[in-house]
Design a protein around this ligand. Structure first.
Ligand SMILES: Nc1nc2c(ncn2[C@@H]2O[C@H](COP(=O)(O)OP(=O)(O)OP(=O)(O)O)[C@@H](O)[C@H]2O)c(=O)[nH]1
Ligand SMILES: [Mg+2]
Length: 401
């Protein structure tokens, strides 16, 4: 699972990325600060199962901070997109290409409306309607995908027909580089009334509609109403909700301050918390104290800074992921070395016990016998669909029970 951070220049993408990944990529108040993409590791967070089982855990592939499990996910921050980027405007196409691998897009919007559609400062908030950014970005991504797919469509569709090949399979291999999967393609085709046996007969409009649907399914977008601390942002956010845009209000700059000062040990803040604690007040200047007063007020109002909420929504709801904790010993909840709840894996909702075994180790999928649920101690069959926060042991042939 890879999260892509997108939006027009100056919206706060890199600020959001730096906060999410504790990085120091360059941020500035002019457009196109970011040119080459930044890659980092963000975290999905959830209540760790350690509290429920009342154990002290030894996380290995993740972190557990005060009972909150932090599960790493890759994040990419790209250059700002301007209208007609798909044609190569602004920093153009190469930068869209950096998004090929992304599974869910976080669209960072300057909700205060202080920049025009190209990210140029307009002098003050309230000068631009950020709702326009939402539709623009969808169009931009669809156009870019359409350009890639339509480029050799004639040749591709003729070949599929002459070889009597399966369109879904052929599209799957054609589009795998865009991180588009068979089930995405299937779903998109089901939505539309297209002749799958005669792709050569599809009109350009039909092909574009197919791509639009595919974009919606394979590159879903979560809108982040950023800079919620600024004037006009709240009313614009409310207008987004009225327009049925399921946006998350956020203040990336506030989150970044919390992360930076907690790294220095001056405050205590856990990603996604609704509040924080100042540990070393004498290390803060008067100005910094005022800043944190403001951040506290903002967090009380919005239930946190919104950054982690957006990431979790992107992963668990939009990306349809669940977290599964594999163990060797279902009583001690440990691995072979005695580490308690060492690992947790993000997998797609609907993943079966056998498939999950294969994700841990390809041999395990072949030799899989059954799984055991650590809560109920009951056997789970190979086709059992895992649930979020499941703790399971995989039993395979050749391994000792
Ligand atoms: N008030 C406020 N300012 C923010 C927030 N997030 C980012 N900013 C400011 O917005 C400006 C642009 O931030 P960047 O993170 O560089 O924006 P970007 O979208 O990466 O910009 P490009 O790389 O140029 O496309 C900086 O001055 C940030 O400090 C926020 O939540 N609130
Ligand atoms: Mg940037």
């Amino acid at each position: 699972m890879i999260l892509g951070v997108v939006g027009k220049p100056n919206a706060g993408k890199t600020t959001f990325f730096n906060a999410a990944t504790a990085s120091n990529a360059k941020v500035a108040d002019y457009p196109f600060t970011t040119i080459n993409p930044n890659f980092g590791t963000a975290f999905a967070t959830q209540e760790c199962v350690c509290r429920e089982f009342n154990v002290k855990d030894d996380p290995r592939n993740s972190l557990c901070i005060d009972g909150i499990r932090h599960i790493p996910v890759k994040m990419i921050d790209v250059a700002g997109l301007v209208p007609d980027a798909w044609k190569g405007r602004g920093l153009g196409n190469k930068f869209l290409d950096d998004l090929r691998q992304a599974d869910v897009l976080l669209h960072i919007v300057d909700a205060s409306g202080a920049h025009d559609e190209e990210g140029r400062p307009l002098g003050r908030p309230g000068m631009y309607d950020p709702l326009k950014d939402v539709s623009f970005l969808e169009v931009e991504i669809s156009r870019w995908m359409f350009q890639i797919i339509s480029k050799d469509w004639n040749r591709f569709s003729r070949r599929v027909e002459s070889e009597r090949a399966n369109l879904i399979d052929e599209l799957t291999s054609k589009l795998s580089g865009l991180s588009i999967r068979l089930d995405h393609i299937k779903k998109a085709l089901e939505k539309l009334d297209l002749n799958v046996d005669r792709p050569t007969t599809w009109s350009e409009e039909e092909l574009f509609n197919f791509v639009k649907e595919l974009r919606r399914i394979a590159k879903p977008i979560l809108v982040v109403a950023n800079k919620i601390d600024m004037p006009f942002a709240e009313e614009n956010y409310k207008r987004m909700l009225e327009a049925n845009i399921n946006a998350i209000p956020a203040a990336a700059l506030a989150e970044l301050a919390l992360i930076k000062y907690s790294e220095k040990g001056i405050i205590k803040y856990i990603r996604g918390s609704k509040t924080f604690e100042i540990l070393e007040p004498n290390k803060l200047s008067g100005r910094e104290k005022k800043l944190f007063d403001k951040i506290r007020e903002l967090m009380e109002k919005w239930g946190g800074t919104g950054v982690q909420k957006a990431i979790n929504k992107a992963i668990f709801e939009i990306g349809q992921m669940i977290a599964v904790y594999p163990v060797e010993d279902i009583n001690k909840l440990s691995d072979k070395k005695g580490n308690i709840l060492p690992d947790v894996f993000l997998v797609r909702r609907g993943t079966t016990a056998r498939k999950f075994a294969g994700l841990i180790h390809s041999d395990l999928e072949k030799t899989f016998l059954y799984a055991i649920d650590a809560r109920t101690k009951k056997k789970l069959a190979e086709d059992y669909q895992l649930k979020d926060r499941d703790v399971i042991k995989i039993v395979a042939a050749g391994a000792r029970g």
